[in-house]
Design a protein. Sequence first.
Length: 398
Amino acid sequence: MDHFPFNPRVCERNQQHSQNPVLQFSKEGTYNISLNAKNSLGSDTKVKRSFIAANNQLVVEASLQPFYCFNELIDLPVKVSGAKDFTWHIEDTLLRNVLSIEEHAPGTYYFNLNPNDVDSSLQSALELTGSHGECTSGKSYQFNVIVNQIDNIENAQLVEVGNTYHGLTNYCASVEPNEPNPPFSIEDSSCFSRSAWCFDIEDANGIVDNSVWFTFVGPPSGYIGLEAPGFDTQIAIYEAQKAEDILSGNQNLYKIIAANDDYVDTINFGAAIASVKVEPGKQYWLQVDGSNGGELGYFSLVLTPHTLTPVLLSQTANNLLVFPNPANDYLNLVIDSSLAGSAQVRIVNAQGHVVKKHLFSITENISIPIDISDLIAGTYVVQLISAREVTSQVISIK
């Protein structure tokens, strides 16, 4: 073993034939190691270069990301390095009860979480401790498990006809057992149908990929128009006695009264239904999924009690997306590049006082995180002020 110009010293407790010799290094650095073998037939030497890194302390690392969707945590491999033996500690009790961490192979751990055990997002510090001989070191990671609350139809978000909702997303959404979808066809015409979805080459079975659910009550007008602009969405409206019927697998218990994948006049291939007849006072369910093989993104939801003109709404509805809403410790603002130039974001409380103000320059689509951990619970207005327009959105802080 060598490290120019320093060499390690063999500790006194080692013997000539020790199988696990203990070495003491006089200098930090990277060492080569060589094995010499010799018998009556000859000799041979094997060399491993830069094989040992000697340091005054261990530097442990794990291949962890700060955010994971709950449905990603199934046999998720996490690589660790910097020590010989490792232990994990999950600080948060709730996460500790549902997340298992097991060694799969030396240097690799599998993270597993049963989706049925989690009904809301979780966050915790994860402490990784590594040891090698007499040396021990640790590192802390912030670990967030994201659950999309409207992933399941039983948690469908109630929306009111006549309102517009921004900052919605199908990130971290999944497919429920027996979750239905509208018919599809390999014909291009199905993309613009009012009762079908497109055939996705990446989704040959025509199944749902990452849908979220909403519910609404038919308005007195007896008609509804709706649009889901923001990215390539696909939508369907279901009629049923209760939400469970839609997941029953029995098509006699529910009816798809309208569906669309691409509305001809919308940008970004957003889905829209210009008008469909509904029964006043009756409950309906709306399924919003990512098209084109399961796209993910942020979208708005526009509902009107009359015929909708989707092309106009698609061009103006998404200059500002604010999420999550309701929010807790932070907000993310996504601002469209069409508002290029100097801009200001203000957060105004219910009394009309400006409690947050941010100045910035828009050159392209940007995402701005805003810390709101110091704001008390309540209703606020987020205002985006640019040279071109003033856009506002009401938010709730929990």
